[in-house]
Design a protein around this ligand. Structure first.
Ligand code: FRU
Length: 326
């Protein structure tokens, strides 16, 4: 449309390659569809910190009114985000953090709590004794650091539980399969894998299956997305023992952005709740999600109708004007 935009929001995303990030963007766009006066510029850093720094500079040059950023890694992205903030451009950090408190608002769940929740569940699965492999997130991200810290905190009081090794996640095409195979086929025997996201958990499961260890090695993931082969489905099918639902915060980030731009009150720290999903609640989670998806489809249909009506009205107004003016 040709409507003049009132606000320009820039969104610097660490990657757009996975479903969790796609879900975040979808929920942002859905929320933004109610604010047609906002121009939304999305930059995809493809998992590269240097690219993300460059793209945030581009957003500054494009004179954005507000920045939303989900940092690939904490340290490398900190100086440029501080620069944005010091220029008086509001900054909303979503999900992963920078290493600085120079931001206007934060939206996301507590990743230490994510790790701790997984650790507490691991304790129960292992009955307080067993050997564990952890598979992390992209190195240097606050998600990776905090989830690890929370997990270790939860198992530390139990000397029978041993974290044998923490592997790097399957990022930037580096595979952990060979290393995991080695760990699963040597001593000590591994009883549990904590994978810091469900995609990684599914890959770990494939390795276990290939070695004939399916079901013998317990697996806990993170994310808990709806959809085939995502966390809820994987728990439902018994492929994962549990996952920690980690909300994307897309909608909340946009709401906070609009509040800031419209000079409305907003909270600086917006902590989103997490939920453990296992066999005891996975059915209800699945049903709830199906309901939400149905409702979203209805909303989309209705907003399409409103758009059509608005267009018809505009063209009728035009016709009327032409008729009266002639
Ligand atoms: C951590 C994380 C994961 C997710 C991944 C996607 O910040 O949110 O939970 O799967 O990043 O890039």
């Amino acid at each position: 449309t040709t409507q003049k935009k009132t606000f320009r929001i820039g969104f610097s995303q660490r990657t757009q390659a996975d479903t969790w990030r796609k879900t975040m963007l979808e929920s942002m766009n859905r929320e933004l569809s109610f604010s047609p006066d906002v121009e939304f510029i999305v930059k995809d850093a493809q998992g590269q910190s240097n690219k993300q720094v460059q793209q945030i500079q581009e957003l500054i040059d494009q004179e954005i009114d507000l920045l939303i950023v989900s940092p690939n890694a904490a340290q490398p992205i900190t100086p440029i985000v501080e620069k944005v903030y010091q220029q008086g451009i509001p900054v909303i950090v979503v999900d992963r953090r920078t290493a600085s408190d120079q931001y206007t608002a934060y939206v996301g769940a507590n990743n230490v709590e994510v790790g701790r929740t997984a650790g507490v569940y691991a304790r129960a699965l292992l009955k307080s004794a067993g050997n564990v492999v952890e598979i992390g997130e992209s190195p240097g991200s606050s998600a990776d650091n905090d989830r690890h810290r929370g997990f270790v905190d939860a198992i530390r009081p139990f000397p029978g539980i041993r974290l044998v090794k923490k592997l790097e996640g399957d990022w930037d095409k580096r595979s952990f399969a060979a290393e995991l195979t080695r760990l699963l086929t040597t001593t000590p025997a591994i009883q549990l894998i904590f994978a810091q996201n469900d995609r990684t958990a599914l890959k770990a499961h494939a390795v276990c299956k290939q070695l004939g260890l399916e079901g013998r090695v317990k697996i806990i993931g993170v994310d808990g997305l709806p959809g085939a082969n995502e966390g809820i489905d994987l728990v439902n099918r018994g492929i994962l023992d549990a996952t920690v639902l980690y909300p994307t915060g897309g909608k909340e980030a946009v709401r906070t952005a609009l509040a800031i731009l419209q000079k409305q009150p907003f909270r600086r720290e917006n902590r989103l709740p997490i939920t453990l999903i296992d066999s005891s609640n996975v059915r209800i989670m699945k049903l709830q999600n199906e309901k939400v998806i149905e409702q979203q489809a209805d909303i989309e249909k209705q907003s399409q109708r409103i758009n059509d009506l608005t267009r018809t009205y505009a063209s009728q107004k035009n016709t009327l004007y032409i008729t009266l003016g002639s």
